[in-house]
Design a binder for this molecule. Structure first.
Ligand code: PMP
Length: 299
């Protein structure tokens, strides 16, 4: 297979030549931000929304991205093109850049901007058909006044600690609670439950990443006439839900059929989950910023 081409501070370079300094504060401190984006069939899905979230994260950490959204949008498309990809997982990283061993960001004058586009490794089809088992873990999501989970920061140690708990239990994904004991999200996905025909998901203020897939699912549900609300959820709500699923760019929509040994609903993937999954599949493959053909409609 040909070596991947990586966008690195305005130039496309072979992957092996894309090197970040050991003095980059993204490496030393996790000081930076990122986005995980998908392309389906040659179109980048929700690119504007991902760029908006990236710039919001940047603003919160006082990091000035040295490109406009239009320039980065073109750079994302150029990276997919350079690698001749149709379906891709795209990682857009802006780290604080090279500084010294102190943590002062003022010592880092030039951010590092990196875009990697690669083939997407899909989860086993079995998970989507039969649903996964979840567990709640002891790792808590940080409070919004500690390190706001709405900032998509390069520091994913909190999520990794939860992932380690998942690995120790042999589970693909787990749910994290916040310090009030409310269910907030997975290590890399948002969570929805269905109760009495209604879709419920934790509010952003509970301390979650406001997922692009989450927002898309909420819109699709409303279009399909399925009532959808943000509401704080407890483990009791999750155990007694009729249905449950997780949403994220990489995972898309994954049904969950059990948590902490409790069977969710009847233990099968439910009708609203199936309907939402189908609607998302259709929608995601019929919209997006075209990478190759400029005449295709954008969204
Ligand atoms: N929560 C966390 C912690 C995540 O890392 C992700 C993946 N970006 C999500 C939720 C889902 O967000 P999105 O749908 O934008 O990928």
């Amino acid at each position: 297979m040909d070596e991947l081409k990586v966008y690195f501070n305005g130039v496309m370079v072979p992957g092996s030549e894309a090197r970040v300094s050991v003095f980059d504060h993204g490496f030393l401190y996790g000081d930076g931000i990122f986005e995980g984006i998908r392309a389906y069939e040659g179109r980048v899905f929700k690119l504007a929304e991902h760029l908006d979230r990236l710039y919001d994260s940047a603003k919160s950490i006082l990091l000035e991205i040295p490109y406009t959204k239009e320039e980065l949008s073109e750079a994302v498309c150029a990276t997919v093109r350079a690698n001749n990809l149709q379906d891709a997982y795209i990682r857009l990283v802006v780290s604080r850049g090279k500084g010294d061993l102190g943590l002062d960001p003022n010592k880092c004058p030039v951010p590092s901007v990196i875009i990697i586009a690669d083939r997407i490794a899909l989860y086993p089809e079995e998970l989507y058909l039969n649903g996964l088992q979840l567990a709640s873990v002891s790792t808590r999501r940080p409070a919004t006044d500690v390190l706001n989970p709405s900032i998509k920061s390069l520091n994913y140690l909190n999520n990794i600690l939860a992932k380690i708990e998942a690995n120790l239990r042999g589970l693909p994904e787990v749910v994290l609670l916040n310090h009030q004991g409310y269910v907030v999200e997975g290590t890399g996905d948002n969570i929805f439950i269905v109760k009495n025909g209604e879709l419920l998901t934790p509010p952003v203020y509970a301390g979650i990443l406001n997922g692009i897939t989450r927002q898309c699912v909420m819109e699709l549900a409303r279009d399909m006439g399925i009532p959808c609300r943000e509401q704080n959820l407890t483990l009791h709500d999750l155990y007694n839900a009729d249905e449950c699923f997780l949403t994220g760019t990489a995972a898309e929509i994954v049904p969950a059929v059990g948590c902490d040994g409790r069977v969710i609903g009847d233990g099968m993937v439910g009708p609203i989950t199936k309907q939402t999954l189908e609607a998302f599949k259709r929608y995601s493959r019929s919209t997006g910023v075209p990478v190759y053909d400029k005449n295709v409609a954008t969204a």
